[in-house]
Design a binder for this molecule. Structure first.
Ligand code: SF4
Ligand code: SF4
Length: 99
């Protein structure tokens, strides 16, 4: 199966809300502190967005909606990425389903 690259994905998310994950350095602290041990969120998911891999994001929608929005990850993030706002924007984008 071929992978379609959706180059404007990050820009599209920024039209929905204040999506910003550019500062993420993929350190893994977020996964370490997450009570659900969500390995996908936020680092792998944010990387998918940066690479324009919209299908990968859609494939992980169940995980996106399983996040508790507890902010444990965000409070520990050394790059101060506003993770939960990004998750909210991603949920909105997934629910719109018009892409
Ligand atoms: S803790 Fe912050 S910088 Fe580290 S991977 Fe998670 S979102 Fe990225
Ligand atoms: S907000 Fe909570 S549940 Fe969601 S990824 Fe961060 S630590 Fe995990």
């Amino acid at each position: 199966m071929s992978t379609v690259v959706h180059r404007d994905l990050a820009d599209e998310l920024r039209l929905i809300g204040s999506y910003d994950a550019e500062a993420c350095m993929n350190c893994g602290v977020c996964t370490a502190v997450c009570p659900l041990e969500i390995a996908l969120l936020p680092r792998r998911l944010f990387r998918y967005v940066e690479l324009g891999l919209a299908d990968r994001v859609r494939d992980e929608s169940e995980t996106v909606f399983s996040c508790l929005l507890c902010r444990a990850c965000e409070e520990s993030c050394p790059a101060e990425v506003h993770i939960t706002e990004n998750v909210r924007v991603l949920r909105h984008w997934l629910l719109e389903g018009s892409h």
